[in-house]
Design a protein around this ligand. Structure first.
Ligand code: ADP
Ligand code: ZN
Length: 594
């Protein structure tokens, strides 16, 4: 349903215009005054006795007294001027002129240079500042600067060569690109062109990249805005920005308008009565109006991206709006290899370094993370003064991405190191014991990022489906650290808080989203939806049950593995970081068949 355009920005526009008019007007006045003053005839300066002479001799036609300045107009029209300080001498001379029938005019003091600056320049300057501020507000209100224009003439540095591992999404965009290249042909054939495309998928998978590449491929302009830039402090401004963006798009047509994170403005409407969400509704309405306003011949395609398609307002995905949805998923192993190839283009790799090997070791990595990996590896190689990027640099980079950077110069005392080693050993023990977990890859008690220690497990393959058993094992693994503290140290540390948070998060989703608890298949949906308190209580209860039973299981494992854990702790205290083989050695286990 169309809503009337907001009035705020119109008012702002008028205000800004009024201010602009005022400043122009005062500038004109100032200019006139200055010119007028310049045009006054030249004056000759004289001293007091000369002035006295003039007064005595007569022959003057007028005297002007302006403060201490006395100006005499002589019969020939020329001017002489003297400065007379003190009242008595001034009076004396004025009396003398009077006696000789020279008319005397007393004028208010003419301002000097500084004075005239204060009386004219300052107000003008102030007005100028006000006008400038007004103009800035006006500019920000009307939505200027809220989006960027790229690629005005199709010259864009990102093309499909730079996007890899998303072939399906790319194929889905071909029709759109055809349309943008040749809009007339499409409308002649009467085909309905997808006007709005929704790219959805996890962050960093290349959605922005795809939209950019599509613009380059079609050779059209690319207008990019972020959904969050439409969230505004002033009511109605978001809608004004949307209007401005689309007006610009129409002007640039053919073009692609890209709206990143559309969920920021496209959430379901009518959720709350507060003014912020009312304003957001208005912004969203404006977007819908704009999209409905395209006719067949407007060569503008709107591409939006989100990682939360589920929370979008249903009206957004109706026919004629974002009616084509394209999934952009995390790449599989061959996709990752292709992405790595893109980002290794400008790097010198050691001859034996195989991109496929890297791809296999990075399941779950997004395109952005892979790009980051190659970048970090290059940095590590540079730091090493190496000729080329080697395997070990890739490993350093991967550890850094998975576990955070090592904290330099941070010393734990022996007790803390020991507690950390026990905690991590607990994770390892549980990770090795459970059947559906990912293999443990590394364990370390070197503080990294915010963590004091890290246990790193890596899936040996891409996981597309997460079974209940896998999730339960994950919870147990996360609680393994706390279990070891309880059993081996008879204490608890705050270091487990992040583990617990993540475990509870998994458990809650199992209960309230995946229907994997005794409550059966329930789904709570969006967090902001209203739910009965009794249902929420039940979910909380079931979540707690899950957590507690997994903690018990972790404790049982730790108790059974006490001996191996002891060996691991000892080795950790000695070497800080252990790899998979060393870990398995402590647990007297064969390496798992990879
Ligand atoms: P999204 O919009 O999905 O969050 P981006 O398109 O902004 O992700 O990707 C961020 C960066 O990650 C890109 O600039 C690029 O360097 C890298 N990247 C992400 N996906 C890919 C991909 N499929 N191929 C190549 N590089 C990618
Ligand atoms: Zn932990």
């Amino acid at each position: 349903m169309p809503t009337p355009p907001p009035k705020v920005s119109l008012r702002a526009r008028r205000l800004a215009l009024a201010i602009l008019a005022t400043i122009t007007f005062s500038l004109c006045i100032a200019a006139i005054i200055v010119t007028y003053q310049r045009q006054q005839p030249p004056v000759q300066k004289i001293n007091y006795s000369q002035l006295y002479g003039f007064a005595e001799a007569g022959g003057a036609v007028a005297l002007q007294v302006e403060g201490e300045t006395l100006t005499v107009t002589r019969a020939d029209g020329s001017l002489v001027q003297a400065t007379v300080t003190g009242e008595a001498p001034q009076n004396e001379v004025v009396q003398l002129f009077r006696k000789n029938k020279v008319p005397v005019e007393f004028k208010p003091i003419q301002p000097g240079l500084l004075a005239s600056f204060i009386s004219w320049g300052l107000p003008v300057l102030t007005l100028g500042l006000i006008a400038f501020a007004g103009w800035r507000i006006y500019a920000s209100m009307s939505g200027r600067g809220s989006f960027e224009l790229e690629n005005h003439n199709g010259k864009q540095d990102v093309g499909f060569d730079d996007v890899a591992g998303v072939d399906e999404a790319r194929a889905e965009l071909t029709e759109t690109i055809e349309f943008l290249r040749n809009p007339e042909r499409f409308s002649r054939l009467g085909g309905r062109v997808p006007r709005g495309i929704l790219l959805y998928g996890p962050p960093g998978t290349g959605k922005t990249l795809l939209a950019r590449a599509a613009a380059k491929e079609a050779g059209v302009a690319f207008l990019a805005a972020s959904g969050s830039s439409f969230q505004e402090k002033f009511a109605g401004l978001g809608a004004a920005r949307v209007r401005h963006l689309f007006a610009k798009g129409r002007k640039l047509s053919p073009c692609i308008i890209f709206i990143d994170e559309i969920d920021a403005l496209g959430r379901q409407r009518g959720r709350g009565g507060d003014s912020a969400s009312a304003d957001q509704d208005q912004t969203l309405n404006q977007l819908l109006v704009e999209m409905d306003g395209f006719d067949q011949s407007t060569a503008v395609v709107v591409i939006a991206s989100t990682n939360r398609p589920d929370i979008l307002d249903k009206a957004l995905t109706r026919p004629g709006r974002f009616d084509r949805e394209i999934a952009v998923n995390l790449a599989d192993v061959s996709g990752r290899e292709a992405i790595l190839k893109v980002h290794a283009r400008n790097l010198k790799l050691e001859s034996g370094l195989d991109l496929q090997w890297i791809a296999r070791g990075t399941p779950g990595f997004s395109g952005a993370e892979l790009a980051n990996l190659m970048n970090e590896a290059a940095i590590a190689a540079t730091r090493d003064d190496a000729e080329a990027v080697e395997r070990k640099h890739i490993e350093i980079a991967r550890d850094r991405i998975l576990m955070g950077a090592e904290r330099q110069g941070f010393m734990m005392d022996e007790d803390e190191r020991y507690a950390t080693a026990v905690h991590e050993a607990g994770h390892v023990a549980v990770g090795l014991a459970v059947e559906n977990g990912d293999p443990i890859h590394k364990v370390s008690i070197l503080p990294r990022g915010r963590a004091l220690g890290v246990t790193q497990s890596l899936p040996e393959r891409d996981r597309f489906m997460k079974k209940r058993e896998y999730l339960e094992d994950q919870i147990a693994l996360l609680l393994g650290g706390r279990a070891a503290e309880q059993i081996l140290l008879s204490t608890m540390t705050a270091g487990a808080s992040n583990d617990i948070e993540r475990a509870v998060e998994i458990a809650r989703r199992m209960v309230s989203e995946f229907g994997m608890s005794r409550l059966g298949p329930i789904h709570l949906g969006q967090p902001d939806q209203q739910r009965s308190q009794s249902l929420l209580d039940k979910v909380e209860e079931a979540t707690n049950e899950l957590i507690n039973s997994q903690l018990e299981r972790a404790c049982a494992i730790v108790t059974a593995e006490q001996e191996s854990i002891g060996r691991l702790v000892e080795l950790l205290m000695e070497r800080d970081t252990l790899d998979a083989d060393e870990i398995l050695g402590c647990f007297k286990r064969e390496a798992r068949a990879a």
